[in-house]
Design a protein around this ligand. Structure first.
Ligand code: T4K
Length: 369
């Protein structure tokens, strides 16, 4: 059977036209298009039940979710985070007037290194923002202890981690708040969208207020909020997509297993490990290509119609615009720098066929041999 070309790093799952129209009808007939409409309510309920979290707010995207959390937790001064991430993580802090303080990541899982966090602590640090990179949870136990010891909030950017559990508990139950992205490239998508999960009802209330301009009622504005709301159209898209969500995960598992089989023990390559204790990591399939061959491999894949991505290169700490405003806790980030030079996210989506994964693996093997 022929492969599905071109192959992008990810391709969104979409509902059928009939499924989408059925859900959109509610919005079209009622003309309720935004501001906590019934479809938002329904999606919120479905997602909270699905991942078993007490408080979930929907947002317009994953970046706005981080901004709202930063305001809700009154981040100021510096917040310790990682340079090995998508620009949104640090940009959201900067846009709320907070300075990201970069520290290195752990060698194995590429999540923020708790030792580096501890070493970077200083008086004007008001929080920690870890990133569950590629769905691998941070070392939530050690980070929790550090945040409690210093009396500062702990937040996770879980843009890649929707639906993942760690020690049988949804990743978003750890820390004070977790943000998700439901962008088109994400495992569960509303086209554009995101969510914030928290355990505290008071924090949840504040987040809901801040996401809607701080408006409490028609005659009461209690805070300086922003517009971070999800529209009813996006909520409809999400609800329709949920109809296939579990099947999509199963398809992704099949593709992951094919890659695992085809790329095991290939000299010059290692497959990113799962942190022990996690359920599934199906957002990105990431390999590390050693000996400076990563960019060649990416080029060879591209010439065959396979668009793998160097998530995350360059490191934020190497980008001029970030260097200008973000101090670094150390002069170098050896683990993050090595990762930025070696990582390659291979195509992974529910639309792929098994032979696609074997074909990608075979191009890689030829490229590095
Ligand atoms: N924190 C982290 C750790 C994140 O990774 C992200 C986003 C965020 C926060 C912020 O969340 P949002 O505010 O975005 O909700 C993509 C996504 O745009 C971005 O959401 C994501 N991370 C990042 C890792 O990937 P690009 O610049 O790589 O996107 P692009 O347009 O090159 O798309 C990648 C591939 O996906 C394309 O080659 C084709 C395919 N694609 C893309 C889109 C948009 C489709 O098939 N359909 C589509 O509609 O950033």
């Amino acid at each position: 059977m022929s492969a599905t070309l071109p192959l992008y790093v990810t391709t969104p799952s979409v509902p059928t036209e009939a499924e989408l129209v059925a859900l959109l009808r509610t919005a079209l007939e009622s003309r309720r298009l935004s501001n906590a409409g019934p479809l938002n309510h329904q999606l919120k309920l479905r997602l909270s039940e699905m991942i078993k979290v007490p408080h979930l707010s929907l947002t317009s995207n994953g970046t706005a979710a981080i901004e709202v959390v930063a305001r809700a937790l009154e981040f100021r001064g510096k917040v310790i985070t990682t340079p090995f991430t998508f620009p949104a993580t640090a940009a959201a802090l900067i846009w709320t007037g907070v300075t990201p303080l970069f520290v290195d990541v752990e060698e194995d899982f590429l999540t923020i290194d708790p030792d580096a966090v501890e070493q970077a602590m200083e008086d004007n640090v008001s929080g920690i923002l870890g990133v569950h990179v590629y769905g691998n949870p941070c070392d939530v136990v050690r980070l929790d202890a550090i945040s409690k010891k210093h009396g500062i909030p702990l937040v996770y950017d879980g843009a890649h981690a929707f639906g993942s559990t760690y020690n049988n508990v949804d990743v978003s139950r750890y820390g004070d708040a977790t943000t998700f992205s439901f962008h088109a490239t994400k495992i569960f998508t509303t086209a554009e969208g995101g969510a914030i999960c928290v355990n505290s009802p008071e924090l949840h209330r504040r987040i809901e207020l801040l996401s809607n301009f701080g408006i409490e009622s028609e005659d009461s504005v209690v805070d300086i909020g922003i517009n971070a709301k999800m529209s009813e159209i996006h909520a409809a898209f999400g609800l329709a997509n949920l109809l296939h969500y579990h099947d999509d995960l199963e398809r992704r598992r099949e593709i992951r297993d094919c890659y695992d089989e085809a790329l095991a023990n290939v000299k010059g390559i290692s497959i990113l490990r799962d942190r022990p204790g996690i359920s599934d990591r199906l957002q990105y399939y990431v390999i590390r290509v050693r000996d400076g061959k990563r960019d060649n491999v990416q080029r060879d894949l591209k010439s065959c119609g396979v668009f793998a991505r160097r998530y995350f290169y360059p490191l934020l700490s190497d980008i001029k615009a970030y260097r200008r405003v973000c101090p670094s806790a150390s002069n170098s980030f050896p683990n993050a720098s090595r990762a930025a030079a070696e990582v390659l996210a291979l195509p992974l989506s529910a639309n792929m066929k098994k032979e696609d994964a074997f074909r990608v693996a075979s191009i890689i093997k030829t490229s590095i041999s």
